[in-house]
Unconditional design. Structure first.
Length: 251
C-alpha cells in the first residue's frame, strides 16, 4: 500500500470523527460554552488540565491567539507532556491516589471557577480524583473523554468510577479504544492516533461557542490576538491588564 493511500485513510478517519462529534455533541458543546461564559461573567477563573498527550489539547487553549485570555493551564509536575524522564513516569503518576487532591489543595482553584479536564480513557485515578475534588470545592467541571472506555475497560480509581461520572458537562470525543485509526496486515499494531486532532477541535468549538455567548450577552470576550500581527501586543497588554487578577500564566 502506498504511503499516500494511508495518509488519505487517516484524513478520512479524522474527518469522520470530526463530523460525528459536530453532529452528536452539539448540545454538550453548547452547554460547555455556556458554562465558560457564565464563569467569565461571574468573575470566575478558567483552568485546563490534561496528562500526557491529553495535555496537548489543554495547552492549545491557553495563551492562544484567538482564545480566551482567562484560560490557565493547571499543571501536575511530571505528567504534563512527555519531557519528563523517563516518559513512562507520567503514565505511572496518573495512577497515584491522592495526587490530584494534593495538587488542587496548592492550586489557586476556588468556588466559582471552571476546570476543563481532558483524559482520553477517563479511567485513571488522577483525572477522576481531580474532577471529584474540584466539584467538591464548588468548581464547575467540563470533561473531555472517550465514553467508550467506560464500557470496555475497568476504572483505576478506588471508587470504580470514570471521569465522565464527575462532570457538569461531558464532551465525548468518540475515539475508539486504543486510539489508533489504521491497521495493515504487514503491521502488527494499530497506528495513527486521532485523539489530539478531535479533542483540540472539540475544545476550540467550545471556546468559539463561549465567545459567541458572551457577545450575545453584550460582553466583549477577553480574547487574545496574535503577537505577530500589527497591534497584537498592545491589544493583549490591554486585555491582560484588565483581567490580570484572573490570569496566572504571567506570574
Amino acid at each position: 500500500m502506498s504511503d499516500s493511500k494511508l495518509a488519505g485513510q487517516f484524513f478520512d478517519a479524522a474527518i469522520g470523527l470530526l463530523r460525528q462529534v459536530r453532529d452528536e455533541d452539539a448540545g454538550e458543546i453548547g452547554a460547555a460554552g455556556t458554562l465558560i461564559a457564565d464563569a467569565v461573567v461571574d468573575g470566575g477563573r478558567l483552568f485546563a488540565f490534561g496528562a500526557g498527550h491529553s495535555s496537548l489539547a489543554a495547552q492549545d487553549i491557553v495563551y492562544r491567539a484567538g482564545g480566551l485570555a482567562l484560560m490557565n493551564l493547571l499543571t501536575v509536575p511530571g505528567v504534563v507532556g512527555v519531557d519528563v524522564m523517563p516518559a513512562t513516569l507520567g503514565s505511572a503518576l496518573e495512577r497515584v491516589d491522592g495526587l490530584a487532591s494534593a495538587v488542587l489543595d496548592s492550586s489557586p482553584l476556588r468556588s466559582g471557577d471552571l476546570l476543563v479536564i481532558i483524559s482520553l480513557s477517563g479511567r485513571n485515578a488522577l483525572p477522576v480524583e481531580m474532577a471529584m475534588k474540584a466539584r467538591a470545592l464548588g468548581v464547575k467541571v467540563i470533561g473531555v473523554t472517550s465514553v467508550a472506555y467506560a464500557t470496555e475497560t475497568s476504572s483505576r480509581h478506588v471508587s470504580g468510577t470514570y471521569l465522565k461520572d464527575h462532570c457538569d458537562v461531558v464532551l465525548d470525543s468518540r475515539i475508539p479504544i486504543g486510539d489508533a485509526e489504521l491497521t495493515l496486515d504487514s503491521i502488527e499494531a494499530p497506528f495513527a492516533p486521532a485523539s489530539t486532532v478531535v479533542t483540540s477541535a472539540l475544545l476550540q468549538a467550545v471556546m468559539a461557542t463561549a465567545a459567541g455567548d458572551l457577545a450575545d450577552r453584550g460582553v466583549e470576550p477577553p480574547l487574545l490576538r496574535s503577537g505577530n500581527v500589527d497591534g497584537g501586543h498592545e491589544w493583549n497588554t490591554r486585555v491582560m491588564t484588565e483581567y490580570g487578577d484572573r490570569i496566572f500564566y504571567r506570574r
